[in-house]
Design a protein around this ligand. Structure first.
Ligand code: SAJ
Length: 441
């Protein structure tokens, strides 16, 4: 096989396209966004991911990667487009459907079509196959159709693309085998073959496992706050047990995967998926909880001004999709606080109060609020900001800083999940005030 067409040049499609191109395949990368196509054709990239720029440039320079806005005939098609959720927490498959429709005129018998986007169980068989069938070809007999979910971690995409195990679910065993041969060109991990619906479920289970684990950590944080214990220390010690591995609490779960995918399971089986839904709701409440706590810390301060550090959904990435940090900020603004928000990687362009430097955020602030544990923020010491602030108050939702140093410098230090944060009643915690308080949410 020589020619591959990759649909969607985002966080997954672009590295995948570049990787195949550097393995000697002829790759056409397709994106419906004209700006993305133009940026790439100018030798630049629209994503911040370690090593990606170098890989993409090498792929473009080799002539093996071409970027276009329309698909063309190829031997294999890889669909790597977003699958967000709708307001009522159901999978929005419009991009997958659109990508599939765009390739039907290009399809020939024997073509391999792989869906990498995360989708509800049954999508490959019940949604993708019928659309591809509109080409007049039988998806089971004439095409090789498979689901191979991406599983790479933003921040470590290139490394994990190669070293992670891969799951491939075929509509038929022949389709799974054809996809295996293709990925084996660069995947060093074990490639596990199964059917398409099992592969879809596997991917959703992985992200749901993480979401439920984080929800448990967040619930432990609430428990610790109410009994006056530091949850970070408690988790650290509990994790020394050989069979315990609790993740970290925080201001909420963001990104386009973990905060989204568990809902696909709830959608598929609402009756049984009770724990999954409860975990999702708990994690979704965390931004509101953080905002409540910060307001309580600043009670009595006239016209409180907050320096919020971090807009990304997690450390050391430039992606602010579904970011809990942004939700915390919007909650605080809705309650009358002035927030100046700074992130070294993210410029959302739509958040009121975004500033371009740490100094601009911190000047005259009554509270330094850590929302993301970017390495750059973890290195901060009290002398970097203390003299610029109106009050010496630190609120750390990621337990990212060395609190002893800050206390020694006269800071009042509040940490999420520590007894010094006020306990909150369960009724208050679970009450959804979003509709009334956050405009446009
Ligand atoms: N988070 C916590 N506490 C933790 C870990 C994470 O609050 O201990 C928060 C993060 O701050 C962030 C969110 O959870 O807001 C998600 O971050 P993440 O690093 O857990 O995951 P993602 O969304 O960047 O990537 C996940 C990965 N899935 C798993 O590890 C099972 C990745 O391998 C998937 O490929 C990716 O989802 C995806 O695209 O599905």
């Amino acid at each position: 096989m020589k020619k591959i067409c990759v649909l969607g040049l985002g966080y997954i499609g672009l590295p995948t396209a570049a990787m195949f191109a550097t393995q000697g395949f002829q790759v056409i990368g397709v994106d419906v966004n004209a700006r993305v196509v133009e940026t790439l054709n100018n030798g630049d990239i629209h994503i911040h991911e370690p090593g990606l720029k170098t890989l993409v440039r090498a792929a473009l320079n080799s002539g093996n990667l071409q970027v276009a806005s329309q698909p063309e005939q190829a031997e294999a098609f890889i669909i790597a487009v977003p699958t967000p959720i709708t307001a009522d927490k159901r999978a929005d498959l419009r991009c997958v459907e659109m990508a599939a429709r765009s390739i039907t005129p290009c399809l020939c018998p024997g073509n391999l079509v792989i869906l990498e986007s995360t989708v509800p169980p049954g999508t490959t068989q019940k949604v993708l196959a019928p659309i591809l069938g509109e080409s007049g070809l039988n998806p089971q007999r004439d095409l090789l159709l498979a689901h191979s979910p991406e599983r790479v971690l933003p921040g470590r995409i290139l490394e994990e693309l190669v070293s992670n195990d891969r799951v491939i679910g075929g509509l038929t065993p022949e389709a799974a085998e054809a996809a295996r041969k293709l990925y084996a060109s660069f995947v060093q991990g074990v490639i596990h073959l199964t059917d398409a619906t099992t592969a879809e479920l596997v991917k959703l289970m992985e992200n749901t496992f993480r979401d439920v684990n984080i929800a448990l950590a967040n619930e432990f944080a609430l428990v610790a706050e109410s009994i006056g214990v530091n949850v970070w220390q408690a988790i650290d010690i509990a994790n020394r047990h050989p069979r315990v591995d609790i993740l970290k609490p925080g201001p909420g779960v963001g990104g386009h995967c973990i905060a989204v995918d568990p809902w696909f399971l709830v959608q598929a089986a609402p009756g049984p998926a009770q724990l999954i839904a409860a975990a999702r709701r708990l994690n979704d409440r965390m931004p509101q909880h953080v905002a409540d706590q910060v307001r309580a810390i600043l009670e009595g301060t006239e016209n409180p001004r907050i320096a919020a550090l971090g807009l990304a959904y997690k450390a050391d990435v430039d992606d602010a999709r579904e970011s809990p940090a942004i939700e915390v900020i919007r909650w605080l603004q809705a309650s009358g606080c002035e927030v100046r928000a700074y992130d070294p990687y993210v410029k959302t362009g739509y958040l009121v109060g975004e500033v371009a430097s740490l100094t601009a955020a911190v000047e005259g602030a009554d509270c330094l609020l850590i929302l993301v544990d970017h390495l750059q923020f973890k290195k901060l010491g009290p002398s970097d900001v203390g003299d610029m602030m109106r009050r010496r108050v630190l609120a750390d939702t990621r337990s990212a800083l060395r609190h002893a140093d800050w206390r020694a410098a006269g800071f009042e230090v509040h940490v999420l999940g520590d007894g010094c944060w006020q306990a909150v009643s369960p009724d208050e915690f679970h009450r959804d005030r979003r509709v009334e308080a956050i405009p446009g949410s």
